[in-house]
Design a protein around this ligand. Structure first.
Ligand code: TXA
Ligand code: MG
Length: 327
């Protein structure tokens, strides 16, 4: 069920009153608050169990509002905004005075994006201000791509959930830092590196570590409960067999090259051959294997080009070492 116009009005009222609204975007669902209300922003961190030093993204209604929220917009940022907004691109720029430090985790930069979803757009228009929103999951776990996922993740910690159906893109936005001399990708996402390079007319760096602390870069982010093990596609069947012999409830991401092959796993997901379909389904697949009681998920990485770069990034982090914090 997609949100009605009275749902949108109600959600805008919740934001004005300092409450939290879960909103659909084209990437994943966000947990939104009035970006200019430090108390409401603090509630986001509490609801997610996220350390307050981790910066949030401010969602705005259109590129023409950019100067209301940031200082010194460089030409590169305007170019990228003109090409990709509304859409799954987040720009890191110098913080404007309207943005409280609570929303940026104390940083003098701010991440901004214009989401490409009719419900998010309607909410931003009805509310009139900026909505700061991280993904609407508990800190470290899998991002929600349906309204039901949000309810499972956050329960009563969210005041109102706007349902906008399943998310089209399925992985988070691409974050590009445009505060330096050359733009650099802090997190691969829904806008591909190739698309950025086509617009910028040159190579774009995707550093593996950034000088800014980015919680999405924490090794064990985007993790299901089950342990995720990454193997070469040609080794998937052998790995499933040995994990099963060890007594695991094995879930498997069956690569397209093995489509139709019978596997003796506890639960199997057929990985779509199209990267767009894979990205759209990725978090749902992880959730499904968790729900079906798997304690181990065997997957392999797709080619790291196009959306494959973001998918591989999320799978690596899902497979990363876990701290007690994420247990
Ligand atoms: O697609 C998305 O980006 C979704 C939807 C809801 O818009 N949002 C999302 O938010 O993924 P979150 O909080 O889960 O991830 C935001 C990322 C974090 O890794 C954070 O560190 C980074 O953006 N970030 C925010 N502000 C930043 C800044 N000033 N400098 C560097 N990174 C920043
Ligand atoms: Mg997140």
């Amino acid at each position: 069920m997609t949100a009605s116009s009275s749902d949108i009005e109600k959600a805008a009222g919740v934001l004005r009153a300092g409450g939290l609204v879960a909103l659909p975007t084209e990437t994943v669902y966000g947990l939104g608050a009035n970006a200019e209300d430090p108390v409401a922003v603090a509630r986001i961190f509490q609801a997610k169990g996220r350390p307050p030093s981790h910066p949030l993204i401010v969602h705005i209604g259109g590129a023409e509002q950019l100067d209301d929220w940031v200082e010194d917009v460089p030409a590169t940022a305007r170019l990228l905004a003109a090409h990709f907004w509304p859409g799954p691109l987040t720009l890191v720029l110098r913080r404007g005075r309207r943005v409280p430090l609570e929303a940026t985790g104390g940083l003098e930069t701010v991440a901004v994006r214009v989401p490409d979803h009719p419900v998010a757009g309607a909410l931003l228009a009805a509310f009139g201000g900026g909505v700061t929103a991280p993904s609407a999951n508990r800190f470290g776990s899998v991002s929600p791509t349906t309204a039901d996922d949000v309810r499972t993740e956050l329960g009563d910690a969210v005041d109102f959930v706007l349902d906008g159906g399943p998310c089209e893109v399925g992985v988070e936005s691409t974050i590009v830092d445009v505060t330096g001399d050359t733009p650099s990708v802090l997190r691969p996402g829904g806008v591909t590196r190739e698309a950025l390079e086509a617009v910028l007319g040159g190579p774009v760096a995707v550093p593996s570590t950034s000088r800014v602390r980015v919680p999405g870069q924490h090794p064990s982010h985007y993790a299901p409960r089950a342990r995720v093990v990454l193997v070469e596609p040609g080794k998937v069947l052998d790995e499933v067999e040995s994990a099963r012999e060890l007594g695991h409830q094995v879930g498997v991401f069956l690569p397209p090259s093995l489509a139709g092959t019978p596997v003796k796993a506890h639960a199997t997901v057929a990985v779509p051959a199209s990267p767009a379909a894979y990205a759209r389904g990725l978090y749902g697949f992880l959730r499904e294997l968790d729900q079906r009681g798997c304690d181990l998920i065997i997957a392999s990485l797709p080619a790291e080009e196009g959306l494959g770069l973001a998918i591989a990034n999320r799978l690596r982090r899902a497979a990363g070492p876990r701290s007690a914090q994420h247990a």
